[in-house]
Design a protein around this ligand. Structure first.
Ligand code: 4AD
Ligand code: MG
Length: 463
């Protein structure tokens, strides 16, 4: 079966060219003159192609007049200039074959606009809608741009493990991996004996590839990971998933300042790239989802990102006189309402907050001279809040050892991580970008479950 993608046909506009198109019918309209307009979409672009099928086709009455939304067809035809409004070209069918029928009585996607909640229950069909098709193309283009950004800068793409024995964030929000029958798991001293399990010890799905990325940064220089990560936090919000994709660069010979610089360059690159490569889809999001997305991205590409310390941020929030749901004090973790206030009301743009109190950040972050703060950074954006979390890493063995203990973790579990600080330790830094949060920001979609093909969230694993 040979076909030409509709995106290619529309881009080239070769009047008189002969094509075979395969796709799904969006709509069919019949004209009195004995012909029909069939809008066909094949997923290659937001726009479909308009097919003109007339009664000279042998199967006009038997097939064409029965076509409904969702049917799949093959059309062989010639491209002509379209006299009608809304499209420049149309395909005059010389043959049309129905590949698969879709009974309109039971096909769930009809012409009307469906709610996102409903579409989430039909994740096997929602990519056939304009919105989810556009999300899939934008997500793909952003993944491509991420690789290009790092590859152009000499970073090595590293595959870190999905199944791991360590807890990177030290927060214990992990899914266990086991082959035990939970009712029959062997016990020792009243606890499950994981030494008898598949890996000979407890295993989890990774929450971050950072610790392993540090290993490779400390031999290859600049590396990055881009893979799925898993968090068992019971956060039923529009910004949290139990399975999400994270991009994690890790750089040797790099301090916090270099880390912030890379994060800002990285975001600007992705924004510019998606505006360039997904014009039609971005115009669609701007028109139907959020009227400000294109301007917001364009502004960010040319703007400086405001960088300020956590302490400065807290001062501003305390003076704001806002009735926040969670009050702010130095030492308290910022909530998304605070992050968004700084971005949306105070700075009207993205903000990079640095130098957080050590108590609210992970054990691996580099301690500052003041003994109270660590060299952390969070990149915050309007409407979403945190999209990037990163830091300079603690490279002093003894300080790290104490921080691991202080955090209630067992230094034995981190023996190899500590050894990296014994043998040729160097200053190094990195960050993690939540890929879905970035897609939310770019598309304007307000729920994170609509920017990943198959969302996993508490109580939600449709298939
Ligand atoms: O701030 P986090 O927890 O940082 C880390 O995991 C570091 N190890 C990264 C590093 O330095 N290499 O997570 C990083 C980003 C967050 O800023 C957020 O965008 C996203 O991951 N994220 C989530 N996205 C969707 N659902 C969740 N449950 C998320 N948790 C974090
Ligand atoms: Mg974070």
């Amino acid at each position: 079966m040979r076909r030409t993608r509709i995106a290619e046909i529309l881009a080239e506009e070769k009047i008189g060219a002969h094509y075979t198109v395969m796709g799904w019918v969006r709509t069919r309209r019949d004209s009195k003159g004995g012909f029909s307009f069939i809008e066909v979409n094949d997923g290659s672009s937001l726009s479909g192609v308009q097919v003109i099928a007339d009664q000279s086709l042998g199967n006009y009455d038997s097939d064409v007049l029965k076509l409904q939304t969702g049917c799949s067809i093959m059309v062989v035809g010639t491209l002509a200039a379209s006299p009608g409004k809304g499209q420049k070209v149309e395909l005059k069918a010389e043959a049309l074959e129905v590949l698969g029928w879709a009974d309109p009585e039971i096909y769930p996607l009809q012409k009307k606009r469906h709610s996102y909640e409903f579409l989430r229950t039909i994740a096997h069909l929602r990519p056939r809608t304009n919105t989810f098709g556009a999300v899939a193309r934008v997500r793909n283009a952003m993944a491509h741009a991420i690789h290009t950004f790092f590859q152009e800068r000499g970073f090595i793409y590293l595959h870190t493990p999905i199944i791991t024995g360590s807890d990177c964030e030290g927060a214990g929000e992990m899914f266990k991996v086991t082959t035990f029958d939970l009712n029959l798991a062997p016990e020792k001293d009243g606890e499950v004996d994981f030494t008898k399990d598949f890996f000979g010890g407890p295993a989890n799905l990774t929450v971050s590839g950072q610790l392993e990325a540090e290993i490779y940064a400390l031999s290859m220089g600049d590396v990055y990971t881009f893979g799925p990560t898993f968090r068992a936090e019971n956060s039923n919000t529009s910004r949290h998933l139990a399975e999400f994709w994270m991009v994690e660069p890790e750089m040797a010979f790099c301090d916090l300042e270099g880390d912030v610089e890379l994060a800002v360059q990285f975001l600007k690159y992705i924004f510019a790239s998606v505006l360039d490569s997904c014009k039609e889809d971005m115009v669609f999001f701007n028109r139907f989802i959020d009227h400000s997305v294109i301007k917001t991205l364009e502004d960010l590409i040319s703007q400086d990102f405001k960088v300020l310390t956590y302490t400065e941020g807290v001062e501003i929030l305390k003076k704001a006189g806002q009735g926040f749901e969670y009050p702010v004090e130095w030492g308290s973790d910022l909530q998304s309402e605070h992050e968004r206030y700084l971005c949306e009301k105070v700075f009207e743009g993205p903000v990079v907050l640095i130098d957080y109190p050590k108590e609210i950040k992970a054990f691996y972050m580099k301690m500052s001279q003041d003994g109270r703060t660590v060299k952390a950074m969070d990149v915050l954006v309007p409407k979403i809040g945190e999209i990037i979390g990163g830091s300079q890493r603690e490279d002093d063995h003894d300080i790290l050892y104490n921080r691991i203990k202080e955090s209630g973790l067992n230094p034995k579990d981190y023996w190899w991580y500590l050894e990296l600080r014994k043998f040729g330790s160097v200053p190094h830094s990195g960050f993690g970008l939540g890929f879905e949060r970035l897609i939310q920001f770019v598309t304007g979609l307000s729920n994170i479950r609509d920017v990943i093909p198959f969302p996993r969230a508490p109580g939600n694993l449709s298939f």
